[in-house]
Design a protein around this ligand. Structure first.
Ligand SMILES: [Zn+2]
Length: 329
């Protein structure tokens, strides 16, 4: 019990220290400490300390994630208004202080990485299938049904994905919007039906989608839209039981030559930085986007293997399926 709640205790202590410190800056302490909201905040710590079970930090309640996202909740005390300047100063300091301590706690907890491959089945899919087996890592494939009908080879590669327990198959639309995304999303119902068709055609069992040409996230309490066109389609998918996922980091390799746009070292460093800085959509979870056709050459395949080897040799990142996203602490 003591071991796992200690971090929370520290956070509580820091919170109290922060309020005390703010007192030296002016009249903040009066307003902050006496406000009802602040009292609730401190009570919450006490409740946590008293009643949470041993696995508090590990059971996905999202306490640290929430603290990371919303480090400072300042009371709105209309009786004792604080000057805008001192409030802003306090918020900045407090935000940094809480985030530093939350980051330290998150660093001690498991880190999850998601290798996601878009647009399969394509030439390159069979190599991805083999590499997943050889390295024993989980992989998420966002599939385009139309591609499976382009040749018997691609039909076979789709079946390999389906038969591989290390690969999850998800929805990336049937036509990929014909790569004319503005037109595709200008008819949200038509676009939604394209996803629906894909689900049936490929026999997809997970209600997980990624929109072609859009980095849109809609799941749980999150709704983040990169380009407005596409938002209505994503909302319709969500309303119909789908979770819509984008990506944190993209890796590009020229498909025909296998020459990387970003080297293995560059992409590896980016993944580590995202994990360390908690700059991904969810702290301790990083989603990497790749495309199946990047791995049609031996050169491309070697790069993928090399990235996996580097991650496995030098980090404790766990490879996960998007269906399990996110792990919240
Ligand atoms: Zn795509």
């Amino acid at each position: 019990m003591w071991k796992t709640i200690k971090p929370i205790l520290n956070l509580g202590a820091i919170m109290v220290a922060a309020v005390a410190f703010a007192g030296c800056q002016g009249n903040l302490i009066t307003s902050a400490a006496s406000s009802p909201l602040d009292t609730v905040e401190l009570d919450k710590h006490n409740v946590l300390l008293d009643t949470l079970p041993d696995d508090t930090v590990d059971n996905g309640k999202g306490y640290l994630t929430n603290r990371w996202r919303d480090p400072v909740q300042m009371p709105n005390d209309t009786l004792n208004p604080i000057s805008k300047d001192s409030l802003a100063r306090f918020m900045r300091m407090e935000r940094r202080r809480v985030r530093d301590s939350v980051r330290q706690e998150l660093d001690k907890l498991p880190k999850h990485i998601y290798f996601t491959f878009d647009d399969g089945p394509l030439i390159g899919s069979s190599a991805i299938d083999s590499i997943a087996r050889a390295k024993n890592i989980k992989i998420s494939a966002f599939l385009v049904g139309r591609h499976a009908h382009m040749s018997r080879r691609l039909q076979r590669d789709l079946q390999r994905y389906k038969d591989n327990r290390l690969i999850d198959c998800y929805n990336h639309s049937y036509t990929h919007g014909g790569n004319r995304f503005e037109t595709f999303y200008s008819n949200p119902v038509g676009a939604y039906e394209d996803f629906d068709k894909n689900e049936v055609d490929l026999g997809l069992t997970h209600k997980i989608a990624r929109l072609p040409g859009r980095n849109i996230w809609i799941y749980d309490d999150i709704r983040r839209i990169d380009l407005k066109s596409g938002a209505s389609t994503a909302d319709m998918l969500y309303t119909n039981g789908y979770k819509v996922y984008g990506w944190d980091v993209e890796w590009r390799i020229y498909a025909a030559s296998g020459r990387p746009v970003q080297s293995v070292q560059e992409i590896y460093t980016r993944l580590r930085n995202y994990m360390a800085n908690k700059s991904s959509m969810e702290p301790n979870n990083v989603v990497l986007l790749m495309h199946d056709d990047m791995f049609q050459t031996k050169k491309g395949q070697h790069l993928l293997t090399s990235l996996i080897d580097t991650i496995q040799a030098t980090t404790d990142f766990k490879f996960e399926f998007m269906r399990d996203y996110p792990f919240r602490y």
